[in-house]
Design a protein around this ligand. Structure first.
Ligand code: FRU
Length: 495
């Protein structure tokens, strides 16, 4: 059987059941020998994964869904794929969950969120429909998941059309409870093609009243906003969202589209306003974070997870019939009004053998040579040090992904120009950002083709996909002055 090489629109929207039954088996074979498959990150079983959806806690388990197109590494007709976990680390495959095909979601079950209500989980998502002229129609839809993971779609949309003055580019509802009312925020575009976030309110989850645009910034938010999430930390509000086409004057960024956030003093549900909002900031300083989804958990945390991939960008695994993964689960905290993102505590349970690493910075030295790119590395440096850490390094050439830091000038640069198979080079191979001019601490997670760097306890995060050769695993360090110390752990794979 031949795998599709040229993806026409018709093929991308062909219903799953019309594909030959052994097509997926054939596709799996192309992934068998991949050295880029991940050990402890959520990845698609076949085909493409994009946004995390419905991240929630229900019926004694964590639930996560993701946007899936199982038949190839392209954005075809989407479903929600379901996983559950008792520890946020090991994820059980629950299979395809919300499938397209109804009159309101014939061309894709798009992104959305979940909210536990009594003994059911309510799912709110966007139904994507294309008419004969391939014009988009977006419906905001609801479904109930029961404690046996069975899903019942609601027969009628929650929101049947965009309010006057807005286009059909309206999607990705996030529902949450605020002041004993249900709220829903959603990414939108007005008729002037400006990106907006709209707010709706309901007392019964079925009748939704539009409150208009969420007020939080005077800046133009590009031409479209995707995947907004409002969460609450210590009574403050944090809004995460993805403005497409954002002006570089508002916020410099280099990825095709940024994933941004603002921190505000609070949310006023009556006036639909965030009070004292900060300017827009980049959620991640690296290359591949988008569509982050966050929620307030019953155990009092604010947890987030991101799509590690970007729209409209080709990745080397496309050749192997799969694309993208999710990030680690990150806990969001506010300290002194600043957002911190940290790997969830549960990540510590993945640690296997521990090695201590320490020394003096100087000419390039090997600090560890793992058998496999599957580890956590913590490194601490004194203030006033300058250096370069190379991950995924090739023993012959000493090249790999570099992280250069200068705590004196307060800058850090991640460079993947010489790391593995090049890709997305049209968006630059270097990301430079500010770090505080003080001691530096790095907590780094490496998983075959992923790196996530948490800087100074998560004050900044830089994440990237990297596609090295199997034996490009060495960790090198060089620098001008100072000492370093830290720890290395091999991490066990997800069970
Ligand atoms: C973001 C996004 C969402 C949409 C989904 C479709 O990556 O474009 O706005 O709901 O992906 O897969």
């Amino acid at each position: 059987m031949h795998l599709v090489q040229e993806w026409s629109t018709e093929l991308r929207y062909k219903p799953y059941h019309e594909w030959p039954t052994d097509y997926l088996e054939e596709l799996k074979k192309t992934m068998n020998d991949s050295t880029w498959r991940l050990a402890y990150h959520i990845q698609p079983t076949t085909g493409l994964l994009n946004d995390p959806n419905g991240f929630s806690y229900f019926n004694g388990k964590w639930h996560i869904f993701y946007q899936a197109y199982p038949l190839g590494p392209v954005h075809g007709v989407k479903s929600w794929y379901h996983l559950t976990s008792i520890n946020l680390i090991d994820w059980q495959d629950e299979g395809l969950a919300l499938l397209p095909g109804g009159m309101y979601d014939s061309h894709g079950v798009y992104s959305g969120s979940a909210l536990a209500v009594d003994d059911h989980l309510f799912l709110a998502y966007t139904g994507n429909v294309r008419d004969q002229n391939w014009q988009r129609h977006s419906f905001q839809l609801g479904a109930w998941l029961d404690n046996k993971n069975q899903i019942q779609k609601l027969p009628e949309p929650l929101i049947v059309k965009p309010p006057n003055g807005y286009t059909q580019e309206i999607r990705d509802p996030q529902i949450f409870i605020f002041n004993q009312q249900y709220y829903l925020i959603i990414g939108a575009q007005n008729k002037q093609e400006e990106g907006k976030i709209l707010t709706y309110k309901s007392s019964d989850l079925t009748h939704w009243q539009c409150l208009g645009e969420l007020t939080f910034s005077n800046d133009l938010l590009g031409f479209m906003v995707e995947c907004p999430n409002l969460i609450f930390i210590d009574n403050q509000a944090v809004l995460l969202f993805c403005p497409q086409g954002l002006d570089q004057e508002v916020l410099p960024y280099q990825n095709i589209y940024p994933n941004t956030y603002v921190v505000a003093d609070g949310f006023d549900g009556e006036t639909n306003t965030l009070s004292k909002p900060s300017p827009l900031k980049n959620l991640d300083e690296g290359f591949d974070v988008y569509a982050t989804q966050a929620f307030n958990t019953p155990d009092g945390r604010a947890l987030a997870i991101s799509w590690m991939g970007l729209p409209e960008v080709a990745y080397p695994t496309d050749e192997e019939g799969w694309a993208h993964c999710l990030s680690l689960v990150k806990e969001l905290k506010l300290e002194g009004g600043k957002l911190f993102q940290r790997p969830v505590n549960e990540m510590k349970t993945l640690r296997l053998d521990r090695h201590s690493v320490h020394g003096t910075l100087g000419s390039v030295q090997k600090i560890y040579s793992p058998k496999e790119n599957r580890y956590e590395l913590q490194l601490d440096f004194d203030a006033s040090t300058q250096g370069t850490l190379t991950l995924f390094a090739d023993e012959d050439t000493n090249t790999g992904l570099t992280l250069s830091f200068d705590t004196q000038n307060g800058t850090m640069t991640m460079n993947r120009e010489n790391a593995g198979t090049p890709f997305a080079t049209e968006f630059g191979t270097v990301r430079t950002f500010e770090i505080p001019q003080k001691d530096l601490s790095l907590q780094i997670f490496v998983d075959h083709s992923v790196v996530e760097v948490f800087i100074n306890q998560g004050e900044k995060v830089a994440s990237a996909r990297v596609f090295p050769k199997k034996d490009q695993t060495t960790i090198l360090l060089e620098g001008t002055t100072g000492v370093f110390s830290g720890e290395y752990w091999t991490l066990r794979p997800m069970k």
